[in-house]
Structures are given as structure tokens and as C-alpha cells.
Design a protein around this ligand. Sequence first.
Ligand code: FE2
Length: 266
Amino acid sequence: MDKIISRVSRDLKDNGVSVIPNVFSESQCKEYVQILDDLIENAPSNSKNRINEDVQSINNYFRHHPKLLDLVYIPILDKLFKHLIGNDHVLISANTFNRSKKVGIKQNTDYEHSKNAGHNWHIDSDYIGGIRIESGFSYQIIIMLEDFTEENGATHYVPDSHKIRTRPDRDAEYDYKIITGKAGSIGIIDSGLWHRSGGVTPISRWGVFNCYGPWFVKPYFRFPDMLGENTGKNLSPQLRRLLHYRSTPPLNEEERLNTVINEIED
Ligand SMILES: [Fe+2]
């Protein structure tokens, strides 16, 4: 097996967290940051995205610029998640956040609600009967489009918490570590790891936060309806899988019997 895949798989099992450096180049990161800054600048005043003095965020970023689809299908991660989750794994959610202080920015959503997004200890998995789903079920990734450091609000996590099946106290003071890396790195966490955002600073810190899981998990949004069939026809088989074009249930048994549609990917 690929050395990176086995190292990251081991990190995730043992520590619940891993970082792969140099996945994207500096110039690619700059291009993505420019696109996101432009999307914030040109966001309509009725946008539901969190855009205020403390956080700038574009949910489902890939629907606003085709270039950003490169941040959904990332070959090294696809290989990793085929190994960890299965060949039919999908995208569950996709968001971008910059927690830089931007005094005077046009605020277009409810400030108090927006300020607290991801700010308290939480997991990105879920609970059944009060017990958290087993670790290894789904993974949250952080694409660092700018350097993630201790000074600019990089994500905090509680070491070994992916082995705890109860809920974190949202406001407790736990011992924590910080997920840092140079621009172009990707942090990966088990979605059961207790984590929170690192807070608001004056330094720009654009990150892409995607969650990947097994095909039978409901995504946060109906991606095929969002993008449409015409777009779907022109996507690669990998993106069609990740965006649920290949695992949305058929209408009835006359449409087809299987839920998952297999396509050759290579
Ligand atoms: Fe989270």
C-alpha cells in the first residue's frame, strides 16, 4: 500500500488526526483564496452564508465556481477513503471558513448565531441512543489554503477523544492540541474527535472543511438537485460518486433495483 495511505490510516486509528503536507501548491492555494475572497466581496446582501466581522464562510463553495470542484475530489484522499470507508464513499458536507477579523465588512446574517459556528467543543459525527457512532465512520478534512498556525485560529482538538463515546461538555476547559500546517496541507480528523475552531484573529486563514462518509449517509444538501443533471453529465465518475449522482435512491423499482450505480472510475 502507498506509504502515505498507511501512515495516515495508522495516525487516524491511533490519534484520530493526521496531516498530509504539500497536497496543493502555493500558487494553487493563492488562486483558491482569490476566488473565495471575490465570492465574499460579491455575495448578495440576502446571502444566507455567514459573512460578518468575525467569520466569512461560503457553504457548498463548489456550486459558485467550477474551479472549486478540485477541492471536492482530491486523488490522494479518495484513495485513502476508499481504503478507510469503502469504494462507494461520498461527500457529506462542504464548507469554507475564514475566521479573520474584518472590521467594517458588510454583515448579512444574524451576528450572534454566526459568531458561534463551531466555536464550542463538538464532534462532526452523531449519537445513537446517547452513544457516539464508532470511530472510523466518517472523516472531516481541513484543506489549509493559508498557513494554519497557533496565532491564527487553527482548529483545536482533545487528544484521544475519538476513543470516547460520550458527549463533550461544549464549554469545558480541556487540554487540547492544535492542527497546524503550511498552506497546501490537508488535516484529516476522525469525525468523532472532540474539536472546536481556534477563534477569531486579524490574520486571514481560509480553510476548506469537507466531510466524507459511506454512501448510505444522508448529505447535508441535495447535491444532484443543486447542480442539476446537465452539470452531472459532465462530471468525472469520481465527482458523480462523491456528489451522490450515483447513490441517490431511485424513485421506484421500475427506475432500477439497486441504490448505488457503479461506473468505471479509472
Ligand atoms: Fe466541526
